[in-house]
Design a protein around this ligand. Sequence first.
Ligand code: ATP
Ligand code: MG
Length: 211
Amino acid sequence: MRNVFNGLEHPESIAIMGGTFDPIHYGHLVTAEAVRHKYNISQVIFMPTGQPPHKKDQEISHSEHRYLMSVLATATNPYFNVSRMEIDRKGTTYTIDTIKSLRELYGDETELYFITGADALHYIFTWKDTEELLKLCTFVAVTRPGYNKEKLIEAIEIIKNNYESKIHFLEVPALSISSTDIRKRVKEGRPIKYLLPESVENYIYKFKLYI
Ligand code: ATP
Ligand code: MG
């Protein structure tokens, strides 16, 4: 069998949910499931980042922890998978390299979607080779509490008008959850129950993350 993540040789469509996932939480999972359903996606691939360029100065958990928490969180959804592609790549990881590798792996017939939260989309022009990236996959920009929906729609329009791109807007059920808040809660001894899967909660306590 080829080295694909899920045994699907020629999936019709793949959606990539990139993130630090430190830790993964219900905001990520609800978003990925909404995109999967809306666009009839064959497989969602959660792609924990290696050392992300924009988070260089912050301390982030070991990639193996972030990978394993992602595996635990996605285990109950048959459409969800986790890829080691970025965490196994040496040096700084860029989305463009990941998309190119996936294109090579799956061939031209598979439609590639890339999911970004409202906050991430505003940074897209700080990424490497944005123009090329916009041509290579379909973007789905999703709402996120705390970020202005009108501004997001405006940003999408600007990108659409200036670049050859396919970019959709999707409103997902509002979950005001962030990894930053979860890390802070653990540090301060406050509960994180119901913000993320119980398996991930247990993992965090077992390995004493974020304290
Ligand atoms: P941190 O606080 O450490 O930045 P985070 O909660 O923002 O963590 P990331 O791993 O940075 O999580 O996010 C990965 C992707 O998921 C980004 O595109 C982000 O916009 C999106 N995302 C994160 N939380 C939510 C949420 N609650 N609702 C919708 N999208 C989200
Ligand atoms: Mg973030």
